[in-house]
Design a protein around this ligand. Sequence first.
Ligand code: ZN
Length: 476
Amino acid sequence: MVMYERFRVSLIPALLALVGCALPGGPAAEDGPILIDGGTVVAMDQAGTVLEGGAVLVEGDRIAAVLAPGEPRPEGTRLIDATGHLVIPGLVNTHGHAAMSLLRGLADDLPLMTWLNDYIFPAEAALVAPDFVYWGTLLSSVEMLKGGTTTFADMYYFRDDMARATIDAGIRSVTGPHVIGFPTPDFASPEESLANAAEFMERYRGHPTVVPAVAAHALYTTPLDAVEAAFRLAEQYDAPFQIHTVEDPSEDVTAREQTGMGVVEALESIGALRPGTVLAHSIYMSDEDLARVAAGGAGIAHNPQSNMKLGVPRAAPVAAALAAGIPVGIGTDGPASNNDLDMFDEMDAAAKVQKFMLGDPAALPAETVFRMATMGGARVLNLHDEIGSLEAGKRADIVLLDTRRPGLTPLYRVYSHLVYAARGSDVTTVLVNGRIVVRDREILTVDEDEVMERARGFGDRVREVMAGVGEEGDAR
Ligand SMILES: [Zn+2]
């Protein structure tokens, strides 16, 4: 998604902005405790505990205990047999634009400007509305849940419809008000977007699965005073704050022209580099920038596949950021620019692109990458006390992954398989907030056939719009 955003800066006032925000929602716990027993528990706690033949006890929306192989099991539980499975914390996708799944594959392999102006903008201008956002977000939520992602952070339009979709799907989401320096499908200006934004933050405060958050698109699209106003709202609610940051070297040039400071320095000047601030991409960060981020406590959402697909000729300095103590998570970015939401695939890319860039096979070992996709992402979103690991007291966001597959047999080291060999399609069962939302590879919360039928319907409408653009020559 990064791409189109840049375009707008220069071209688009007339076209709609694409990136907005949205939100998550949540399910409630089911009746009675659940015991997930017989698998290999990969806890991702501080000690990196791995328990072959361990168990996880879920009571309500929380993990009540993680049990070693010989420990007595409680009576009266509903058993989930995890034999042959890895039992892992739900994956945390720290950056994306879920509703754009309805535009996935509309156009690829094009210069950003062409992609945006000839395809994405016309389609968005004609179609982005509450129903588009609802069904697109639902489609992505189903894809993510079935692939082992239990929490995602999102920026798009029509935040209420997005939140509703994530609640219906039963996925945990981090989303909410969004500002950008030009008209969007839902609001005419940043001021208008923020005018009733507190109401959204209030409504979802304490929600079991929707984590209200505030986003500003980027400094190259949004004036610093609007970015600051958005950040202040996040600060007021102690909520996550999301912003695209130095995905392209031109961003620092633009920021210096407009504010006299580079992007990261400008964010520091308004106090925005605090824990819970999510700096998406962060490719062109200098050592000074990394020091500022480390001092402030903000985190980085690393989106390696989106960056590579855009032809960005370097990778985000992830190894250096981790060495500096900066929280780093992994994100897929929007499904129109990746083009999938598979966090296993993204982990694989994150590990390899760093090794490739640094010429060092020891850079970002598998366990480090898996930690980024779980506890690291949780820390980036400032949710590390609630999610990201399998520990007593945390929310029960749990994924079972079947290793009895040709591509995962035999298994020597769990992190190696999780990062380099597993895919989302190996996931069989998923719990979010103590609720079983995927069982035996089937989504239990929504009618998947209906979701796809609706998605095909939007596909037909996109085709009509694109045909109209062709006839009119320049309908953008
Ligand atoms: Zn993005």
